[in-house]
Design a protein around this ligand. Structure first.
Ligand code: ATP
Ligand code: SF4
Ligand code: MG
Length: 368
């Protein structure tokens, strides 16, 4: 860390430029303190940053319709990291982009800070966008190559009409310091930075408007192993400092195990299991979760002698997903029922849920 600025000093530093965040000051508009009433079944519980219910996103393509998201339900609490794992093509990025409303959802509800934003038009959505930001896998592709870094960091503030020129410049310098860059580097272009530094710029940009939730889509996958830990530690420090929530997408289970408080496992557009990190690792209930874990290295010696179900074949096409349980074409436990009936998430206790017709509840209890 190269800076020691605290939230309190941040408040005085910007003279209220972004004074809507506790402990800095008041919300900017009555809308922010009086969330719209929401449908009871999908309304966010008090304190939830995000809740989605029945979220669906299909893409029409030449060969048919891609079922990228097919009824996603989940919630994210303040200050927590929800890890999202699943093989390539399962819909992780589509979920992130649909939450950001970069894709319009086809169905379902999306509540941000208790407010239903599912049907807000882009214009009405703009003031709420500052609460939710995104960090992308490829920091270079997501940064305008012709803009200086200072301009890239200032832009969100300009778009949202935040601060005077001098206040914005001051905040840009602070942001750069906070992510471990020198303010004088703000005059440079993105290509003059290393991959790790570019991801720091992406993080600084996401932080510019003091969001509540950051969607981190494979934020360290493109980085050298040597700088991954630095970026992960930076994200952890920022989370502690500002009470941020993260949706942390990664195909690397070891990274998710390190950063996540809870974990959601996704397969072909659906969440198949969700729960606390410890429960998911101690007693994974869904055959897909177990297969993903089996495919990952096992540092824990107590797990080495457990059977390792293998994950065979590729993810089927989301244009024509299997009937019933989508995992059935690769599942060693599949039965006729699995082809006929889609399993729903069932409560396994301790906040863990899984969608499978044949969960061995007694075995789970023994491993609890
Ligand atoms: N704009 C789009 N138009 C059509 N199909 C799309 C679009 N975006 C994503 N898809 C398809 O939706 C499915 C889910 O893609 P998505 O990128 O969300 O997967 P992912 O889990 O993020 O994969 P990866 O781990 O490779 O990043 C894929 O079949 C993909 O081809
Ligand atoms: S529902 Fe059937 S096919 Fe799906 S994971 Fe469970 S056992 Fe396997
Ligand atoms: Mg992706």
């Amino acid at each position: 860390m190269t800076t020691t600025a605290s939230p309190a000093s941040l408040g005085s530093l910007f003279g209220g430029l972004l004074s809507r965040r506790a402990p800095l000051a008041e919300p900017v508009s009555p809308q922010r303190t009086q969330p719209q009433a929401a449908a009871p079944e999908a309304a966010a519980a008090p304190g939830e940053v995000l809740r989605i219910a029945g979220l669906r996103k299909y893409f029409k393509v030449r060969g048919g319709t891609v079922h990228a998201l097919d009824g996603i339900d989940l919630a994210i609490r303040p200050g927590e990291t929800l890890g999202l794992v699943g093989e390539s093509g399962c819909g992780k990025s589509t979920l992130g982009k649909t939450l950001m409303r970069l894709h319009e959802p086809d169905a379902g509800e999306l509540h941000l800070m208790g407010r239903d934003i599912s049907h807000l038009l882009q214009r009405a959505l703009r003031p709420l966008r500052r609460d939710m930001q995104m960090i992308f896998q490829d920091p270079y592709a997501s940064l305008n190559p012709r803009s200086t870094v200072a301009r890239i960091l200032e832009e969100p503030m300009i778009v949202h009409g935040a601060g005077t020129l001098a206040e914005r410049a001051e905040r840009v310098a602070w942001l750069m310091q906070r992510v471990g860059l020198r303010p004088e580097q703000g005059a440079r272009l993105p290509h003059e930075f290393s991959g790790g530094q570019r991801q720091r710029i992406g993080i600084a940009r996401a932080l510019a408007l003091q969001p509540r939730l950051i969607i981190c889509d494979e934020p360290v996958s493109a980085l050298d192993v040597s700088v991954r830990a630095q970026v992960i530690n930076l994200l952890a420090d920022l989370q502690r400092e500002f009470g941020l929530s993260y949706l942390f997408v990664s195909h690397d289970l070891s990274v998710v195990r390190h950063v996540a408080d809870r974990v959601a496992v996704m397969y072909l557009g659906r969440i198949v299991e969700i729960g606390d990190r410890a429960s998911i690792w101690r007693r994974p209930a869904h055959p897909y979760t177990r297969a993903l874990m089996a495919a990952a290295p096992r540092p824990d010696p107590t797990l080495r002698h457990q059977p390792r179900p293998m994950l065979e074949g590729d993810v089927p096409s989301p244009i024509d997903p299997p009937s019933g349980c989508r995992f059935r074409t690769r599942c060693p436990q599949a039965t006729v029922r699995c082809a006929e009936q889609a399993p729903v998430l069932q409560d396994l206790g301790g906040g863990q849920m899984a969608a499978c017709h044949h969960i061995d509840l007694s075995a789970l209890r023994r491993s609890a």
